[in-house]
Design a protein around this ligand. Structure first.
Ligand code: ATP
Ligand code: MG
Length: 462
């Protein structure tokens, strides 16, 4: 009982029911019953009015009479209405009301797509149960469709993790050992070093490989949505919560939950996450019922977590809980042996995708790639190769097709040998190259406004 009254007071978007019957007393007594239970009730007295209401008010469920006075014996008019409603929205549950002793008509209605039927005179408790079940079914169907769309995206084939450098081979050996244990793993390393790819690679080598791999990008979510995304919510938890939604923790059940860009989590969300991890259970937003969780956590960041902790931006207790095992992915410039192999891999992929007939990378291009210092790591390498394939005029990709920034083409200059102005100029050019000319991002990385960046560029041109 308390459950129901809760819903009435909390739910600003009650489920709407359309009652279609030509008898006013039927409409009124059903309306009284359903409104008392917190439903929003719409009524219609004729088939025409029913269609109009269904079209304009979008009720979530329809209860319709099959026996209109004009056509009491065959129920033909009611059945036709049923079919029209089905065409309007094939997913909307339709419940038919039939007179006593008209079982064949009820069966015909079920055949034509009605979900259930109620016999007049009806039993109030049965009306409520039928409605509740149909709405729950519809919501889980909607949720299922949302999840299957999400899982299709997640099930895209994993691109192979390519490497041959002794450094990376050793890391993969360790990662494989760690994958088999159920321990929490923290992946660190610069942007574009392959943390996301390695997390998935490890999941596929874990005891949970038959379960889902669910990523949540904590860097890309507004603060107010994080808990909702992680823990889900119950119907009516807040204004837009029209239906129950499960969160990533539950979605990842029996699999791996990959918390990406963990350093971006606010202190408040860090507290909720720590609570969930410590208790081994979560509560959906708006509900006090705990749900046990069964996930393996992997987390990733390109930030320096120890500095974040020292500056009070990240909780030490959460960090140690996530950091049972840390795997650091080295920047590409520390594994030069992988550059040629990766470049050829991205080359094959790009000519295939763009249907280009380029024979390959020239030896001098390969040499230039190996000398470049890759501030954007493997992601940058993939972009450079793709751009070169698109721009290449000849049969082979040459050095000029790569368009590498001259400043980074030799290894970074010895900073102590530069003048202040040279150092500044170097950093500005590196930032622009790294973000492929996006001055907003470059300015943010350099910690100056965009106009300050433009002023410097204008000065260098003089
Ligand atoms: N060893 C590898 N072999 C093949 N592709 C790789 C490898 N490492 C990374 N990549 C590719 O490089 C791109 C960047 O990798 P990923 O997104 O995993 O990096 P990241 O470390 O998570 O970066 P960020 O911190 O910016 O999120 C992806 O397209 C990934 O598939
Ligand atoms: Mg990533």
């Amino acid at each position: 009982m308390s459950d129901r009254s809760n819903r009435k007071s909390l739910d600003p978007n009650p489920p709407s029911v359309l009652i279609a019957d030509d008898q006013a007393d039927v409409r009124e007594s059903l309306r009284l019953l359903l409104e008392a239970e917190g439903y929003a009730v719409i009524t219609a007295a004729s088939p025409e009015e029913t269609v109009v209401q269904a079209r304009t008010r979008h009720p979530e469920i329809v209860i319709l009479d099959l026996n209109y006075r004009t056509d009491t014996t065959s129920g033909g008019e009611g059945l036709e209405l049923l079919s029209r409603l089905r065409t309007l929205d094939p997913d909307r549950p339709l419940i038919v009301l039939t007179g006593w002793g008209t079982a064949p008509l009820a069966i015909e209605a079920l055949k034509r797509g009605a979900q259930d039927f109620l016999e007049k005179p009806w039993d109030n408790a049965r009306v409520l149960t039928v409605l509740k079940n149909q709405l729950a079914l519809r919501h889980s169907r909607d949720e299922y469709q949302r999840l299957s769309a999400e899982n299709r995206a997640l099930a895209e084939p994993v691109s192979a993790l390519i490497c041959r450098s002794p450094l990376m081979l050793e890391i993969l050996r360790e990662a494989e050992r760690v994958a088999a244990a159920n321990a929490t793993v923290l992946l660190t390393g610069e942007s574009g070093t392959g943390k996301g790819l390695l997390a998935r690679w490890m999941h596929e080598r874990s005891l949970r490989k038959a379960g889902p791999f669910i990523r949540v990008n904590l860097g890309g979510l507004v603060e107010s949505l994080i808990e909702n995304e992680l823990f889900g919510h119950v119907r009516g938890a807040f204004t837009d919560a029209r239906s129950e939604r499960i969160g990533r923790f539950e979605l990842a059940s029996r699999g791996t939950l990959f918390l990406d860009e963990i350093a971006n989590l606010s202190l408040a969300s860090q507290a909720s996450l720590l609570h969930a991890l410590e208790e081994g259970q979560i509560e959906r937003v708006g509900s006090a019922d705990p749900v046990a969780i069964d996930v393996r956590i992997m987390a990733a960041t390109n930030a320096d977590m120890r500095t974040n902790i020292a500056q009070g931006r990240f909780r030490a207790d959460l960090f140690y809980r996530l950091n049972t095992i840390e795997i650091r992915l080295p920047p590409l410039r520390e594994r030069c042996e992988d550059i040629g192999l990766l470049a050829n891999h991205f080359f094959k992929d790009a000519i295939h995708r763009h249907g280009k007939s380029v024979s390959g990378l020239s030896p001098s291009a390969l040499q230039a790639l190996e000398r470049y210092d890759w501030p954007g790591n493997i992601r940058e390498l993939a972009h450079v190769i793709e751009r070169a394939v698109l721009l290449a005029g000849g049969e082979w990709i040459g050095v000029s097709d790569l368009r590498l920034a001259p400043e980074a083409s030799a290894r970074a200059p010895e900073i102590e040998n530069l003048t202040l102005e040279q150092a500044e100029r170097y950093l500005v050019h590196r930032a622009l190259e790294r973000f492929r000319g996006d001055s907003d991002q470059a300015a943010r990385q350099l910690g100056v406004s965009r106009s300050a960046l433009y002023r410097r560029l204008a000065k260098y041109r003089q």
